[in-house]
Design a protein around this ligand. Structure first.
Ligand code: GDD
Ligand code: MN
Length: 388
């Protein structure tokens, strides 16, 4: 097996003579600064400028720099996948040649992988990230694409990023259909992974040059989203499917909570002589406890390699309790404002309130109460003496 290097940085290029030498230099200095043993793999689609010559010259001097020139089926995603196949390491990182992605962040990606994440995404949309020099049209389109991608991967704020790292095992057997620019979506949809992490970065556009975005690319992207959805339904055991599974379990548990609530309200009022409002408060609390238990042991049961961020069940319960109380208030707020200010029929307001609260509840609990992290094997805590 080829495991010569700790990481392979894949740089897809097409006519990048102005950038390629500097980006290779920048990637190499990020290696030496952080002590990572890395290789650089340039994947070129028959550039018509000096790109290929320049890289060949560099690789004569730097043993860790290689170039592959592809002669068929040109395209960014195809080139990235070719890079995966030719890499001499177990970890791949993809970066643009034009300095849109800051190479000095490479060690951050590497660290995240070492923490146990299988995919690390450079994100423009988390705190600390951003976009420089983009025309409004491109920003709007990109947000649309990102929004659509987030329906499939709610955990990933930037599923169309071109700056990411992925472990070999994630893509090794994935039936990728590389096309267009959004190879990451394809990997997230068809690769095998449980744990992802994001690193913020500021995307800066190359000076000059037109974006190649056209209606055709947009339609292709929608087709890709549908294809990934279909794949997840056919194959099941993947992250999109797992998300839908969690969501429907959460819904199911919610329905059981309604049954508990109604049952308790009835029993307490009829047989224990509670005033019905007091009984209702007790019934609500019972349904919260019911929902917590089922969500904890069933809906959000962690896969083997992950463990809950909140280790104690009691802390998870407190978190769930707070979110539930907030939900109640939000539901009432929506009911009140839609009905009183906008004159919506109160049953419709209530229904809208329930829907909003359901999704809010799901996402907040998923990311707060049952947030997962790579399973900590605690190796760092063993000192060398322990082995003697
Ligand atoms: N091998 C190969 N083949 N490389 C290509 C091709 C191709 O057909 N087309 C572009 N590239 C290379 C470029 O040389 C550059 O290194 C990188 O791929 C990105 O191409 P750009 O043309 O600069 O992309 P962009 O700035 O419009 O798009 C960026 O933003 C997207 C997110 O909105 C890229 O970073 C994408 O990767 C990213 O998805
Ligand atoms: Mn670019």
């Amino acid at each position: 097996m080829n495991t010569e290097y700790g990481i392979t940085v894949i740089i897809p290029t097409f006519n990048e003579e102005n950038n390629i030498a500097s980006i290779i230099h920048a990637v190499n200095s990020s290696f030496s600064k952080s002590g990572i043993s890395g290789e650089i793999l340039v994947v070129d689609d028959e550039s018509r400028d000096e790109t290929i010559e320049i890289v060949r010259n560099i690789s004569r001097k730097c043993g860790n720099v290689r170039i592959i020139v592809r002669h068929e089926d040109h395209g960014l995603s195809q080139s990235v996948v070719e890079g995966f196949k030719q890499a001499n390491s177990e970890l791949f990182l993809v970066i643009d040649a034009d300095f849109s992605h800051p190479p000095e962040l490479i060690p951050r990606f590497y660290e995240e992988i070492k923490k146990g994440h299988e995919v690390v995404v450079g994100s423009r949309y988390i705190r600390g990230g951003g976009i420089r020099q983009w025309p409004l049209k491109r920003r709007v389109l990109s947000l649309g694409a990102t929004g659509l991608g987030r329906i499939l991967f709610p955990e990933v704020t930037d599923p169309v990023s071109g700056f990411f790292a992925v472990k070999k095992e994630v893509v090794e057997r994935a039936p990728l259909k590389p096309r267009g620019y959004k190879i990451l979506m394809e990997i997230l949809g068809k690769g095998r992974w449980d744990s992802i992490s994001e690193v913020p970065f500021t995307f800066s556009d190359r000076k000059g040059g037109e974006s190649k975005l056209s209606l055709k690319i947009i339609l292709e992207y929608i087709e890709q989203v549908l294809n990934i959805t279909k794949y997840s339904i056919d194959v099941r055991d993947n992250s999109v499917w797992n998300e839908w599974k969690r969501l429907s379990r959460f819904c199911f548990v919610g329905l059981s909570g309604i049954a508990v609530n109604m049952g308790a309200l009835y029993l307490l009022t009829e047989y224990s002589g509670f005033y019905f409002l007091t009984a209702s408060a007790v019934a609500i609390e019972l349904s919260i406890i019911n929902n917590f238990i089922w969500n904890d042991i069933w809906t959000f049961k962690p896969p083997e390699n992950l463990s809950p961020h909140r280790e104690s069940r009691f802390h998870r319960f407190l978190s769930f309790q707070c979110v539930s109380i907030a939900s109640l208030l939000i539901n009432m707020g929506i009911l009140y404002s839609l009905t009183d200010f906008l004159g919506v029929y109160y049953m419709i307001s209530n229904f809208i309130g329930i829907l909003v609260v359901f999704f809010w509840n799901y996402f907040v609990n998923r990311n707060l109460t049952w947030k997962l992290q790579p399973f900590d094997r605690g190796c760092e805590e063993i000192s060398p003496e322990d082995f003697n």
